[in-house]
Ligand binder design. Structure first.
Ligand code: HEM
Length: 403
């Protein structure tokens, strides 16, 4: 008797079901086939891992590589596979020891203490944006008026990038994230962004300021620890990671809270719950829709399933964050629960370097909104909202609100 082979689903899986939840297929896989093959655009069949414990231990496993140059790395689109332009590969796509060497150059920049010192400035930026938004009427697109400019302003200031140029790099960085863009489009956008940052680094070399790019040039490029291309690549990575992620997390978070009037009311009444609410929103709303990409350097097992050297592995943190083995009633939003074990920022050596900054921005944003706009309402039904499907970052294009 031959057992019927389970069907291999196409990945990324189609967006079905409620847009505020991972597609139902991911939950089914987590319950029935927690380590299962999926089919990518190029016919390759990497493993998709969906349970919390398996994802967590895999993210800690040095036998799984993040190196895009390794054969078998699971690229999610043609554009992604061709857009790895030599020299622009940053440490997120590298393994130790080079990953460790480059990451260390930035750890001081993102230390919690340093971030906390930025809190008053971020609070003031939140207030200024809300002043501007509420000063021009009683309705707005929250993404355009608030969620996008906040992290964008902050990362520009940190890096020393003129905010006036944000339209230029926002357009291009959205293209870079878009898995439906052609390889040519992505490569052109990457080339332009790298050239822009290269020019900026030249200016900073001549006239240094108190910002991250000036420090990278002076402390890493000048003594020969990094090439100019590597400096541009690092800055590019931070610029992209620094605004698209947090902006969408803010938008999804506000929407999720507004859909749960009891949770919103609790937060308005008890703003001291903001830090816990941020963690719960990070757990509940994943902006990484695809999975963290790895390739096996040697044979190993994940959750009892043998994985061979050279096979791709996708670690689905969104499904893991809704695993009932890790969180009670995981599909419910409960801002008072302990969500600390979520993996929204990944885990292990590649765990998000910018998480202290992201946390701070999310806390300031949420605190500002519930304090200033306790009556905020989303003015569209869920099915009328424009969600960002098909990219590397999930979220909302627009979020129409009134107050
Ligand atoms: C809500 C906001 C954010 C989320 C959910 C998020 C999520 C993640 C995740 C899941 C990873 C792990 C990738 C992997 O293991 O392959 C990561 C890595 C990274 N993130 Fe974030 N991120 C956010 C904001 C930021 C910000 C604001 C910055 C910087 C300005 C940033 C910079 C980075 C960097 C540099 C890495 C690579 C770390 C490494 O490879 O060692 N992220 N992020």
């Amino acid at each position: 008797m031959t057992a019927t082979q389970p069907e291999i689903p196409a990945f990324p899986v189609a967006a079905t079901g409620c847009p505020m939840d991972p597609p139902p297929l991911l939950s089914e896989l987590r319950e029935e086939r927690p380590v299962s093959r999926v089919a990518l655009w190029d016919g390759s069949r990497p493993w998709l891992v969906t349970r919390h414990a398996d994802v967590r231990s895999a993210l800690r496993d040095p036998r799984l590589s993040s190196d895009v140059r390794r054969h078998g790395f699971p690229f999610l689109s043609a554009a992604q596979s061709e857009a790895i332009g030599e020299g622009l590969i940053t440490f997120i796509r590298m393994d130790p020891p080079e990953h460790t060497r480059q990451r260390r150059m930035l750890t001081a920049e993102f230390m919690v203490k340093r971030m906390e010192a930025m809190r008053p400035e971020i609070d003031a930026t939140v207030d200024a944006l809300l002043d501007e938004m509420t000063g021009s009427g009683t309705s707005a697109d929250l993404m355009e008026a608030f969620a996008l400019p906040l992290p964008s302003l902050v990362i520009c200031r940190m890096l020393g990038v003129p905010y006036e140029d944000h339209g230029y790099f926002q357009e291009r960085s959205q293209l870079v994230q878009d898995t439906t863009a052609s390889p040519e489009e992505v490569n052109t956008a990457l080339g332009e962004l790298a050239a822009y940052l290269d020019r900026l680094a030249t200016e900073k070399a001549a006239d240094p300021a108190d910002d991250l790019i000036s420090r990278l040039v002076a402390e890493q490029e000048t003594p020969g620890h990094l090439s100019r291309l590597e400096v541009a690549g690092m800055a590019l990575n931070l610029l992209i990671a620094g605004h698209e992620t947090t902006a969408n997390q803010i938008g999804l978070g506000i929407l999720a809270l507004r859909r749960q009037p009891d949770q919103w009311a609790k937060l308005v009444e008890r703003p001291e719950l903001v830090p816990a609410a941020v963690e719960e929103l990070l757990r509940h709303q994943s902006i990484v829709p695809t999975g963290l990409q790895r390739v096996a350097r040697e044979d190993l097992e994940i959750g009892g399933t043998p994985i061979k050297a050279g096979e791709g592995v996708l670690l689905q943190i969104g499904a893991a964050n809704r695993d009932p083995r890790a969180f009670e009633e995981p599909d419910g939003l409960d801002i008072e629960r302990n969500s600390r074990q979520h993996m929204a920022f990944g885990f292990g050596v590649h765990q998000c370097l910018g998480q202290p900054l992201a946390r701070l921005e999310l806390q300031c944003a949420l605190a500002g909104i519930v304090r200033r706009l306790p009556g905020l309402r989303v003015t569209r039904f869920l099915e009328e909202l424009d969600f960002r499907h098909g990219g590397n970052i999930y979220g909302l294009f627009t979020l129409p609100v009134e107050w």
